[in-house]
Design a protein around this ligand. Sequence first.
Ligand SMILES: Nc1ncnc2c1ncn2[C@@H]1O[C@H](COP(=O)(O)OP(=O)(O)OP(=O)(O)O)[C@@H](O)[C@H]1O
Length: 265
Amino acid sequence: MRTTPTTTPTTTPTSTPTTPLLADATTAASARGLTRTYGSGDNTVHALRGVDLDLPAGRFTAIMGPSGSGKSTLMHCLAGLDAATAGTVTVAGRDLAGLDDTALTLFRREHIGFVFQAFNLLPMLTAGQNIVLPLELAGRPVDRERHDQVVGVLGLADRLDHLPSQLSGGQQQRVAIARALVTQPDIVFADEPTGNLDSEASAEVLGHLRRSVRELGMTVVMVTHELDAAAYADDVVVIHDGVVTAHLTRPGQDELVAALRGRSA
Ligand SMILES: Nc1ncnc2c1ncn2[C@@H]1O[C@H](COP(=O)(O)OP(=O)(O)OP(=O)(O)O)[C@@H](O)[C@H]1O
C-alpha cells in the first residue's frame, strides 16, 4: 500500500453547486493509452503501460492484481490524484489533462468521491457532522432528501449523534462512505476500503457499498486484494505489471483466480 491522501479537505477554492455530468452517459471513467512511469534512467518504474479501460456508470467495479501491479497508480490516475505520463483519462466526460491544479481540485470535489482504508473521520465531530462536512466546506446546501437516502442505505440513522470513537470500525467506514456519497459524485473510488476491518465488518461494508450502487445508482470503483471483496462487485478489472489483462463481468471464483494467475479459466 502506498500512502493515500487524506480526505480531510484543506484550503480549496469555493464554487457553486453543479449537477452530475453523467445524466445519460454509460461510461463513468475511461483511460486510453494511460502510461505512468516513475523515476528515470536505470531507476525507471513502469507502473502503467498503456492502459485502455472503460468503467461503466451505475456499476460496482473491483480492480485486482498482485502487489506492485499498478492498482493504486491506476486508481490515482483515474481519480485525478496522480498525473499520467502519457495517454488520457476522462471522468464524467471531462479530459483531466485539460484541467489545471485549481480546476482539478474543484472537479474532484464536485464529481468524485473517495473512500480510503483509513476512515479519516474528524474525531471531534459526530458521524452526522462528518457526513455533511464536504458540503459545508464547499458552501453547498445539504439536500435533506439525498442525505436521508444515503444515511438510510448505509444504515446510519441511529448513529448520527455518535462520535467516531463510539462507533465500530465498520460503522466508521460506513460514515466515510456516506460522506463520499452525500455530494452526489459521478464516481466513487475506494482504495482497499476493508483493509482495516475484520471479515464480518468487511462483509457488512461491502454489502453497503453494493447497496449504494443498486439503490442510489452510484458508480463505485474499488481497489482490493481480497477475492471475497471482489465477489460483491459487478465487474472485475485484473491488472498485471501495469497492463490490464482481464475485464470480467461477475466472474466465478475459478475464473477470477485464473485471471489473477494470468491465464484463462
Ligand atoms: N511514487 C512512486 N515512486 C516510484 N515508484 C512508485 C511510486 N508509486 C508506485 N511506484 C511503483 O509503481 C509500481 C506500481 O505501484 P502501485 O502502488 O500502483 O501497485 P499496487 O498494485 O497498488 O500495489 P499494492 O497492492 O502493493 O498496493 C510498483 O512497482 C511501485 O513500486
